[in-house]
Design a protein. Structure first.
Length: 202
């Protein structure tokens, strides 16, 4: 039977006092139930070690590997790098598996889960694309606010459809005055440059 002479906590080489812990970690475990505060432990880890420390990895071939650490306001994982800046966790995961991300490309999700960092080859949920690819992917999957769901919407969908139906019946100036919008916005709707989802009703 192998006897452990050093503390079982990573990066601690102090002699064991009890329960495979050194005196410091043993007393902290007795007092709080946790021998090492999470943040203090991760400060000594590399970026890769920190990524997997905060990730829940599953054994099946389809589930997401979810980042459980800090997130930004969009819900994407944030991981500190050399204590100087924060990186996106899913971008770090991609680079660990595939190398540097080429300039101008983004790391996108097949699973539409911002906290997913699964990067294991053929089962990976991450792929590269341009910002245009990202926007088209969002629109294709219905994740881009459209029409009256947009925070900048000037008309409801019913109003926009009514305006569109008048495109051959009144002038742009009259339509703008009737709906309380600019002539330019009338032109956008009539020329299919705004509210495109309503034109499918033709």
């Amino acid at each position: 039977m192998t006897t452990l002479h050093a503390c079982s906590i990573p990066y601690c080489d102090k002699p064991v006092h009890g329960h495979l812990l050194c005196n410091t970690h043993y007393r902290r475990w007795k007092a709080t139930g946790d021998p090492v505060p999470r943040l203090r432990l991760t400060r000594r880890m590399s970026t890769e070690e920190r990524l997997w420390y905060y990730t829940n990895i599953t054994n099946d071939e389809t589930s997401c590997w979810l980042w459980t650490g800090p997130q930004n306001h969009h819900g994407y994982g944030r991981i500190s790098h050399k204590r100087t800046r924060a990186l996106s966790a899913h971008r770090v995961a991609w680079e660990l598996a595939n190398g540097p991300i080429p300039p101008g490309l983004c790391v996108l999700h097949t699973c539409d889960t911002p906290t997913c960092v699964r990067n294991d080859g053929e089962h990976s949920h991450l792929f590269l694309g341009t910002q245009l690819d990202n926007m088209q992917d969002r629109q294709r999957k219905g994740r881009t606010p459209q029409g009256e769901r947009s925070g900048n919407a000037k008309l409801t969908n019913v109003q926009a459809r009514a305006l569109y139906d008048l495109r051959w019946k009144i002038s742009r100036a009259e339509a703008a005055q009737r709906f309380g919008i600019s002539i330019g916005y009338v032109s956008h709707i009539w020329n299919h440059r705004a509210r495109n989802h309503l034109h499918n009703l033709d």
